[in-house]
Design a protein. Structure first.
Length: 429
């Protein structure tokens, strides 16, 4: 099982050595905004040694703005309605890369809630994403969330992006905005909150972690010690730690772009949580999963990527919800396309802090026909809705259970670095 499992999972370990990337900070994907629309983005490339030459913005297939260099910040007047905006970079070698950002320009003032939808069913940890527009010349002062007539959250500015901890049952919530002229606007959002399900806690301190090195360029698995890549882990670390039970992970070696995969089988075969599900009733009943952890890394330049995964196996069907934060590799979130065995850029920025704790929450779902649904990523309190669906892949019929992964990816020099996990919980329902 271990060799076969790692052979499948090693397909997803590759973080490309060559890439070009456009990261858009503003506007957000599918956001409702007011005109003029603020565009902020940056670009980088490893495919052209001479670098990025210029950047530009297309709106509905018309080039509206161009600037030289690797970053841009501009405001564009756009008429009300839905528009397909594209931010593109051109390099000095004739190459180009783009990121598409669909937006809706509001024709009137108000509050626009992207998530959750009104009258939707949500988990207890719910992402709220909204924007506000106003005709007040001084703009929007703040936004907030009421839950059953009680103000539970406030943030300055015209954007709101946070997670709310809601009690099970029907909850009447309202997203409200206050402008600088004394005006207000609001949008009611009624939601039905599911129960909290079951949770494993402090998984970083759990027994039963497995690990394999993965050597570039073919990413063949190897056991420790392994020529070209070396790694280790140590549990019960007191500092840095949030509560004295962090786990330290180390990666080094001599083969550039090599990785180490750490895996913990939590349900089913080889369960480390005493939940083997021998009668095979639990795994097929589960459809929703939340991976929640704090991570800390020592060196931004050495950290090519940090990867966080959930895996589900049953009756020859495999699902890997693979998510990686390209740190030195481009500061963007990628997700794993199971059927085509490749990473897909999301256009969502990923800028964790080095030498400090970062909080990550991944919400994923097993949909109809075992479809692989990526719902959202939250990093340090900022939620990005993904809403992407992919087909599953095929695994041996004997595989059964659920595992969680943490992976460290090496850079072009395979420079050694250290990372830590703490408060690692996994929720399933």
């Amino acid at each position: 099982m271990k060799i076969l499992l790692s052979s499948i999972l090693m397909l997803m370990s590759f973080t490309a050595a060559s890439f070009a990337n456009v990261t858009v900070s503003s506007p957000q994907n599918q956001e409702t905004v007011s005109s003029p629309v603020q565009f902020t983005a940056n670009a980088n490339t490893n495919t052209c040694s001479r670098g990025v030459a210029s950047m530009g913005v297309y709106v509905d297939d018309h080039l509206e703005y161009v600037v030289q260099g690797t970053s841009m910040k501009t405001s564009l007047s756009m008429r009300p309605g839905r528009h397909n905006a594209v931010v593109q970079e051109w390099d000095y070698c004739g190459g180009a890369t783009l990121t598409s950002i669909p937006v809706t320009v509001a024709g009137q003032t108000g509050v626009w809630v992207t998530s959750p939808s009104d009258h939707s069913t949500v988990s207890w940890l719910t992402n709220y994403v909204a924007t506000a527009t106003t005709n007040c010349p001084q703009g929007v002062a703040a936004m907030g969330i009421y839950v059953n007539n009680q103000l539970m959250y406030v943030v300055k500015g015209s954007r709101l992006n946070t997670q709310m901890n809601l009690s099970p049952g029907t909850q009447n919530t309202v997203v409200q905005a206050w402008d600088q002229c004394g005006g207000t606007s609001s949008q009611p959002v009624s939601v039905t909150v599911q129960g909290r399900g079951n949770t494993f806690t402090d998984l970083q301190a759990s027994k039963g972690w497995n690990s394999w090195g993965q050597l570039a360029p073919v990413y063949a698995d190897c056991n420790n010690p392994c020529s070209g890549v070396n790694w280790s882990m140590a549990q019960g670390v007191k500092a840095p730690s949030l509560h004295g039970k962090a786990t330290q992970f180390n990666l080094g070696g001599k083969t550039p772009y090599s990785d180490v995969l750490f895996e913990n089988p939590v349900i089913g075969q080889f369960s480390t949580q005493n939940l083997r599900d021998i009668d095979r009733k639990l795994v097929p009943s589960l459809h929703n999963f939340t991976y929640d952890a704090y991570f800390y890394y020592s060196d931004e330049k050495a950290t090519q990527a940090e990867e966080f995964d959930v895996n589900w196996f049953m009756d020859g069907v495999g699902i890997t919800w693979g998510t990686e934060c390209r740190v030195h590799g481009g500061n963007e979130w990628d997700i794993w396309d199971n059927a085509n065995a490749k990473w897909v850029p999301t256009g969502i920025p990923c800028n964790p802090i080095a030498n400090g704790w970062n909080h990550i929450t991944l919400n994923v779902q097993r949909g109809p026909n075992n479809s692989v649904i990526y719902e959202s990523i939250t990093l340090n309190g900022i939620t990005a809705n993904i809403n992407k669906t992919y087909p599953p892949f095929t695994v041996p019929m004997s595989w059964y259970g659920i595992t969680v992964n943490y992976q460290m990816d090496g850079n072009e020099k395979q420079a050694a670095y250290t990372s830590y996990l703490d408060n690692f919980s996994f929720m399933y329902w």
